[in-house]
Design a protein. Structure first.
Length: 137
């Protein structure tokens, strides 16, 4: 299973390719990208993460990845890596049960927990912004 639909390393998707693929969730994509760009004064870059993940729009600040966005067919996946302390912070917040369960069930590795959140509706956006803010601290 891949997180994104653009899984061919030789074919870098254009913005138009991404927008066509996103369909109705393009506004949700734009919401997150604007938030990151405006708040952290960064620009995204397309990066290929292998055939299982595909191409992602990655945002970095001070050498750390804040978020990677994998465009899907009518959806997208937001990847955010949180370390142990950041996980503890987030679990103290009022977050949706679905997000809490994802965090608790994700295996901790050396870098932290690699969280993959599918975005198909607006309800996910505030939590993703919270996770990005926690990641940047």
């Amino acid at each position: 299973m891949s997180w994104g639909v653009f899984t061919d390393k030789e074919i870098k998707p254009s913005n138009n390719d991404i927008y066509q693929c996103l369909g109705q969730v393009k506004t949700l994509w734009d919401n997150i990208t604007r938030f990151v760009e405006d708040r952290y004064d960064v620009q995204g870059e397309l990066k290929f993460y292998g055939k299982n993940l595909g191409w992602a729009l990655r945002y970095k600040k001070s050498g750390r990845v804040l978020i990677a966005l994998y465009p899907g067919d009518g959806e997208y996946t937001a990847q955010i890596i949180l370390n142990k302390e950041q996980i503890e912070q987030v679990l103290k917040l009022d977050i949706r049960t679905k997000t809490r369960e994802l965090i608790e069930q994700t295996t901790m590795i050396r870098e932290g927990k690699w969280l993959y959140l599918r975005v198909v509706e607006k309800t996910s956006l505030d939590e993703i912004k919270t996770l990005i803010t926690t990641r940047s601290s």
